[in-house]
Design a protein around this ligand. Structure first.
Ligand SMILES: Nc1nc2c(ncn2[C@@H]2O[C@H](COP(=O)(O)OP(=O)(O)OP(=O)(O)O)[C@@H](O)[C@H]2O)c(=O)[nH]1
Ligand SMILES: [Mg+2]
Ligand SMILES: [Zn+2]
Length: 359
């Protein structure tokens, strides 16, 4: 594997096209591997180097989306004195995995950029929840990456095939695999997803075995994993920051800290995709704008009544739909504010420049 070749890290014509405007002025490109308190590590053709954001980029950023995040391709320039390189710009993202930040504030967080596939990990113990898988699927589809459901710790479960079927039923058209790093089950099956230059992000609650799987794939114990098993099997948030790791056989994996909650940010269309069984039934309702509450000849309520659609799945669908509607309203308000902020900032920058010119 040639680590001086950026294609090893996923560089291709897509990013090349946007980089053209920078090429030739001493700029090169790199991919953000890690972010920690405003300090970054970036994969470059010269190796992995520490980096920081240029004052201009920080100054001109209106919101977080404008700043680099793990997985981003960035425009960098090394400084003559060596040491840290400067990040001057973020190249447009091909995909971005966005969630709403935890808590009540309406703010987005980009968990990872330029991800090709997301592994949604759920452990085959008390962690197992079909409802959580549905939620994860919406965020995954929305990111532009392809989701794959991974049921981890299959060695702890004696109904693995039942679980596989249950998950497949709520995740139509999504590959589902059961794995165990203890018995080795499924590890050969998932090898197909790790390809040179392709990025797989691992997401799931704390303690499901994300870091353990990556250590297994890299063949070392670079990543810290939870050592003492807790009696209640809940995670301890061992991983504290996101990190993009190059696999010895090619391919990149993004380790992420376990999430306490995955809040939706956007996803109307993905909701339709994840719940296409219910969406298809809704087309058969007598009224075109049926809310499936008390309207006559409602195909959805009928299906829930006969058990053709699981009632918990239907509740989950309604809940997620409400959540998305609420968010959309809040986001609309927010974008108004951001738009105003942007104009203020731009006009301030313009008058600053004009003043400088006059001097
Ligand atoms: N029985 C069993 N235990 C596993 C398996 N994979 C991981 N574990 C154990 O699960 C615990 C948690 O693993 P981690 O890899 O730290 O989990 P994580 O998902 O990275 O957790 P956070 O970093 O906190 O988000 C460790 O004690 C692992 O040894 C498995 O396939 N079977
Ligand atoms: Mg971890
Ligand atoms: Zn209806």
């Amino acid at each position: 594997m040639n680590v001086n070749d950026l294609t090893t890290f996923g560089w291709d014509e897509f990013f090349e096209a946007d980089f053209k405007t920078y090429a030739g002025s001493g700029y090169t490109a790199g991919r953000v591997a890690l972010e920690h308190k405003n300090l970054f590590r970036v994969y470059t053709q010269y190796g992995e180097v520490p980096a920081e954001i240029s004052g201009k980029l920080r100054h001109e950023a209106v919101n977080r989306r404008d700043l680099p995040t793990v997985g981003d391709w960035v425009v960098i320039r090394s400084r003559p004195e060596g040491g840290r390189v400067m990040i001057h710009a973020v190249l447009p993202r091909r995909t971005s995995f966005v969630r709403k930040i935890a808590g009540s504030r309406t703010e987005e967080q980009i968990v990872g950029a330029n991800i090709d596939r997301v592994f949604l990990l759920t452990a085959l113990n008390q962690d197992f929840s079909l409802r959580r898988i549905e939620r994860y699927l919406i965020v995954a589809w929305e990111s532009g990456a392809s989701p794959i459901v991974i049921l981890s710790k299959s060695d702890l479960c004696d109904r693995v095939d039942d679980r596989l079927n249950e998950v497949q039923a709520v995740a139509p058209r999504v590959p589902v695999h059961a794995i165990s790093v203890v018995t080795g089950r499924g590890l050969d099956d998932i090898a197909q997803y790790f390809k040179r230059g392709q990025t797989v992000a691992l997401l799931g609650s704390s303690g499901v075995g994300k870091s353990t799987l990556i250590n297994r794939l890299t063949g070392n114990d670079h990543l810290k994993v939870q050592t003492v098993r807790e009696h209640d099997d809940r995670g301890r948030h061992t991983t504290t920051h996101r990190e993009l790791i190059l696999l010895p056989g090619g391919g990149l994996v993004l380790d992420t800290p376990g999430m306490r909650e995955l809040q939706l940010w956007d996803g109307d269309q993905s909701l339709q995709l994840v719940f296409d069984d219910i969406e298809a039934l809704a087309e058969k309702c007598f009224f075109g704008d049926c809310r499936h509450h008390d309207e006559p000849r409602c195909a959805v309520r009928e299906a829930v009544g006969t058990g053709a659609v699981d009632s918990e799945r239907y509740e989950s669908y309604e809940k997620l739909q409400k959540e998305l509607k609420y968010l959309a309203r809040k986001r609309d308000k927010l974008s108004e504010i951001v738009e105003k902020k942007k104009w203020k900032k731009l006009s301030r920058l313009a008058s600053q420049r004009a003043r400088l010119k006059r001097r």
